[in-house]
Design a protein around this ligand. Structure first.
Ligand code: GMT
Length: 377
């Protein structure tokens, strides 16, 4: 098939999933066209079946905000027509689902039909989407999509709870590429980070409020009092300054490394003993799955889709959002005994295998076929 993929090209999980999906589909022989305002972060090298179309906007003194939606819709019309696409797959409802609907209508007025699939990723429904400023357009464009997928059962249910949706939503989970995410030997990193054999706790996120990174530090403080350990904080975002202040206040600066945004996050996961994800909301928790693929157990909140990924008592533990005492207790339980840690590592890897890209990609292909065959226009 010839597939157009629209996504946010920066470091967010939805852009990562969209890019990995496109690359995976291209490997399986499809022709994939990424249509975004910037080259997706994980689209760094040449691939024979992959094309990239940059959306450029015009600046004009009248515009306080450049009309990106209009530029994207025009680009979609152009690419669908001239590359002869069979399907548009847009990731993150805002504004992509609405823009794709507009492009579809323009093309239809010229006698050209292209079905649109929207994948819901999380905050497009839970945090931003149900805000009054966006809600009517989000609900409308989900209902007007020819196919809708959600990355977890929990997100599917939340979408039905928040909006009046009469379209079927198909759950297709996020996935992991084991060629990249696996435990590799990086002993020299381990020695540099934990020179005396300390346990290494890790957190990866965009440091937004919803991630509750301050809880990670409070959990680490409790673990550190009982077990020699280090904390790696990977990523960057608006909360970074407050987090650095908190580390200073708690006297944890020497034990905590702020590593910023990292491209090869799997190399750091390879030396980690425990992943912490205490999020307020999380539709799936791709970062936790990446850790599990590298044999790192997970201490997380029980928000959203996390219980579908992290299995309580097996791959890690789940606690109520904000219950740092419970999270710390569970972390200590896993970390204080080598044999327990080993079992959790094995279970984490086994659970991650359920989400192997090779198992999930065929679900997308089958869904594409189904939508192309059944779409009514
Ligand atoms: O977590 C973020 O803030 C980024 C966000 C995104 O849309 O890029 O992530 C969401 O999509 C990911 C990929 O499907 C999911 O793994 C994350 O759980 C989800 N984040 C939230 O629901 C907060």
């Amino acid at each position: 098939m010839k597939i157009g993929i629209v996504c946010y090209p920066t470091y967010g999980g939805s852009g990562v999933v969209a890019t990995e999906l496109g690359l995976g589909l291209a490997k399986r022989g499809h022709e994939v066209h990424f249509i975004t305002y910037k080259r997706p972060a994980r689209l760094t090298t040449f691939h024979a079946n992959v094309f990239y179309h940059e959306v450029t906007t015009e600046d004009y003194p009248l515009f306080e905000y450049t009309p990106y939606d209009t530029a994207l819709a025009s680009k979609l019309v152009d690419v669908v027509k001239f590359e002869n696409l069979d399907l548009l797959h847009v990731h993150y409802a805002i504004p992509h689902a609405a823009v794709a609907y507009m492009a579809k209508k323009i093309l239809l007025s010229e006698g050209r039909y292209v079905p649109v699939i929207t994948t819901l990723h999380g905050t497009d429904i839970t945090l931003v989407g149900n805000n009054n400023a966006f809600a009517p357009v989000v609900a409308f464009s989900i209902n007007k999509s020819d196919g809708v997928t959600a990355v977890s059962e929990s997100l599917k249910q939340q979408t039905y709870d928040y909006f009046d949706i009469h379209n079927d939503i198909r759950v297709i989970n996020n996935f992991i590429d084991f060629e990249r995410f696996r435990k590799v030997n990086k002993d020299h990193f381990k020695k540099a980070i934990a020179p005396n054999g300390e346990r290494i706790l890790v957190h990866v996120s965009n440091f937004r409020k919803v991630k509750r990174v301050e809880d990670v530090i409070h959990i680490f403080q409790r673990v550190y009092q009982r077990i020699p350990s280090k904390l790696m904080l990977i990523g960057d975002g608006p909360e970074r300054h407050n987090l650095e202040e908190l580390c200073r206040k708690l006297g944890l600066c020497h034990e905590t490394r702020f590593l910023g945004k990292q491209d090869a996050v799997e190399e750091l996961l390879a030396v980690s003993d425990l992943f912490i994800m205490p999020s307020q909301a999380e539709s799936f928790g791709l970062a936790a799955l990446e850790a599990m693929a590298c044999e790192v157990p997970v201490i997380s909140s029980n928000a959203g889709g996390l219980p579908e990924v992290n299995i309580h008592g097996k791959t890690g533990y789940l606690s109520e959002v904000g219950d740092v005492e419970d999270m710390a207790r569970n972390a200590i339980h896993i970390l204080e005994n080598d044999e327990i840690l080993r079992k959790f590592r094995i279970n984490a890897l086994e659970q991650a295998r359920r989400f192997d890209i090779d198992n999930i990609l065929p679900d997308y292909e089958a869904y594409y076929e189904e939508v192309v065959k059944t779409a009514v226009y």
